[in-house]
Design a protein around this ligand. Structure first.
Ligand SMILES: [Zn+2]
Length: 92
């Protein structure tokens, strides 16, 4: 894991160590899009079986909100919890 460089926090008015977003959330968002493509390819199979596969496909679609919300998080100040600028948001 990359070492986090100190970032200036406007609220604390000094340099702080940022709390980085877990990179797995970005991977989860990418995997969700991959799953969406797979869902589109398998649509004829899913449409033919509406008792199990169709509700699972709907649940997968509903997961878009949480997955994208978690992936959109930005790095925060380790002292006050304020969001830091997007230029310093990622640790990788
Ligand atoms: Zn702060």
């Amino acid at each position: 894991m990359a070492q986090l460089v100190p970032v200036h926090c406007a609220r604390c008015a000094h340099d702080v160590t940022p709390v980085a977003v877990w990179p797995g959330f970005l991977w989860a968002r990418r995997d969700w899009y991959g799953g969406l493509v797979l869902l589109a390819v398998l649509a004829p199979v899913i449409m033919s079986e509406i008792t199990v596969l169709m509700p699972l496909a709907i649940l997968f679609g509903l997961a878009a909100g949480p997955v994208h919300a978690l992936a959109a998080q930005r790095a925060t100040c380790s002292e006050c919890g304020a969001e830091l600028s997007s230029a310093t948001a990622r640790s990788h």
